[in-house]
Design a protein. Structure first.
Length: 519
């Protein structure tokens, strides 16, 4: 049985959801929920109905239920705001409200589009969040037995990208039909209805492997990113994992940057995705003014799209880590950030960003263990999430746990060497070296952070303390003079209130700042 609505089709036998000819990646549980709603579209479905038929009577929290409904809407380009297909009926339940056509004895793969002939001219619009197809990596070694290696890399990357949540990833079944074909990016973009294509090839010679990868915009053919990786072939499965991690971590910031630029070229009808991407462009510039612009845009996104999880998690994150001056929030601001982070988790408890937002709130309140726990959960959900490694490093370094913190900062830098927040990673590494009493190393990493973002006052504070502890007094005084120009309100009292070192870590940092001349 196939259920068709708008330009979507649910193939029950294949357990697939399609948009046009493209297969939509969807969690099996979310698929079951969507199928149950479609089959019972003539009535309002209650929470008890879903628990009984989708979760088979198991205990399910309201936040999990809300998360799965939100994910089902997102898979269909719907939202809690518009409720075009899945409508909430106050105090009763939800109902699938689209007109559905049933097609027994037919497969979605047998027709070019999962819509009737009368609808074939209907434009297939791109979803709010961008879509990406990973084409089968070409085996350039000339050895047919190496096909399994290149195919394995492709499958691993598809799986890893699917964990990012912010992008719709076309399934392996749809992209592998292009295996061994000449690649026409624009044609593939139209046929799969995707914004981006990731293509690559594998060359093997002896015990060496070279991987070439590129990320291309299907609308204009622009290459947003390309990289070459050289490896020694030892453990095949370990090598596949390393390649997957490197490629996936590198793609995320490039996609965010590309989408941010695209959103800035739109002046009206901004979707929740557009607003979040536009905010991230401002936030990545790491100045107080740009952070304020990002927060203003994210407030707008939360107001207009109250059921869009990423807007809530990123606003909480930006409120906590705003500008380059202070970290500690108090009173209503802290309460609001906590509320936003928890709401993001209610909307999608499998979104790594929601857990990173909770981690940021926790370490701002000097709750190291809670912060570490949330970062670890984010990494469980997406092991290739560089930001989670970085903020796990921050949670540890605020408590003076240097060596473990350095490991996570270095992992973030290795996974995402060109990340817009790279200066944050470098500054965290500097702090960790400071607490390990390696002051020359701390100075080097501070200078790296400042070269990335000259207005980074937090990095200059650590530089002052490091220079003073290293006995480079005149340099420390010069940096302190510049720092006072950038931050006139700087004082020992201000640091105690606004920089979230724990009680055991704070005294050593204040000692360095006092040696640099701060009172």
């Amino acid at each position: 049985m196939i259920y068709q609505f708008e330009n979507y089709a649910i193939d029950v036998d294949r357990q697939e959801l399609r948009r046009g000819t493209a297969l939509v990646a969807i969690d099996p549980q979310v698929f079951d929920l969507l199928l149950y709603l479609v089959r019972n579209r003539e009535r309002v479905v209650t929470k008890d109905d879903l628990i009984q038929h989708v979760w088979h009577g198991r205990v399910v929290s309201d936040s999990t239920l809300t998360s799965r409904i939100t994910t089902a809407r997102q898979a269909l380009g719907d939202s809690g705001e518009h409720q075009r297909l899945i409508r909430t009926v106050a105090r009763r339940g939800i109902r699938f409200v689209a007109e559905v056509r049933e097609s027994p004895g037919q497969t979605a793969a047998s027709t070019p589009k999962a819509v009737p002939s009368a609808d074939r001219n209907m434009p297939v619009g791109l979803p709010d969040k961008p879509s990406i197809a990973v084409l089968p990596f070409a085996n350039m070694s000339g050895d047919p037995e190496q096909e399994y290696f290149s195919d394995g890399i492709t499958s691993n990357i598809i799986t890893a990208l699917s964990r990012l949540h912010w992008f719709l990833v076309i399934s392996r079944n749809s992209t592998f039909v292009y295996k061994s074909q000449a690649v026409d990016i624009r044609r593939i973009g139209k046929e799969l209805d995707v914004n981006y294509v990731l293509a690559g090839n594998v060359q093997k010679a002896g015990n060496r492997v070279r991987i070439n990868v590129e990320l291309v915009d299907t609308k204009n053919g622009v290459q947003h990113w390309a990289e070459k990786y050289d490896y020694e072939l030892t453990d095949i499965f370990k090598l596949q994992d390393e390649i997957t991690q490197s490629v996936t971590a590198a793609i995320l910031p490039k996609l965010v940057t590309a989408e941010g630029i695209r959103s800035q070229n739109r002046s009206e009808d901004l979707s929740a995705w557009d607003l979040v991407m536009r905010a991230l462009i401002h936030y990545g510039r790491m100045t107080t003014l740009e952070s304020e612009k990002a927060i203003e845009i994210l407030r707008q996104a939360v107001q207009q799209y109250p059921d869009y999880g990423p807007a809530h998690s990123l606003l909480a994150f930006a409120l906590v880590v705003s500008g380059q001056v202070g970290w500690i929030l108090e009173g209503e601001d802290l309460d609001y950030a906590v509320k936003l982070a928890n709401r993001a988790l209610e909307l999608d408890d499998a979104d790594p960003w929601a857990h990173v937002a909770l981690a940021a709130v926790a370490f701002t309140d000097r709750k190291t263990e809670q912060s570490v726990r949330e970062c670890m959960r984010a990494l469980e959900l997406n092991p290739n999430f560089a930001i989670a490694h970085a903020y796990l490093g921050w949670a540890l370094v605020w408590d003076g746990q240097s060596e473990e913190a350095i490991r996570h900062f270095q992992q973030a830098l290795r996974m995402s060497p060109h990340d817009p927040l790279k200066a944050f990673f470098n500054k965290g590494t500097a702090v960790a070296h400071y607490y390990a009493h390696r002051y020359e190393d701390a100075i080097e990493w501070c200078n790296k952070a400042i070269s990335e973002r000259p207005g980074f006052t937090a990095a200059r504070r650590v530089l002052c303390a490091s220079l003073a502890q290293a006995g480079r007094t005149k340099e420390a005084e010069a940096v302190m003079a510049k720092l006072r120009e950038l931050q006139p309100n700087l004082s020992i009292a201000w640091i105690k209130q606004h920089v979230p070192y724990t009680e055991r870590a704070m005294p050593h940092f204040l000692d360095g700042m006092r040696k640099a001349g701060l009172k």
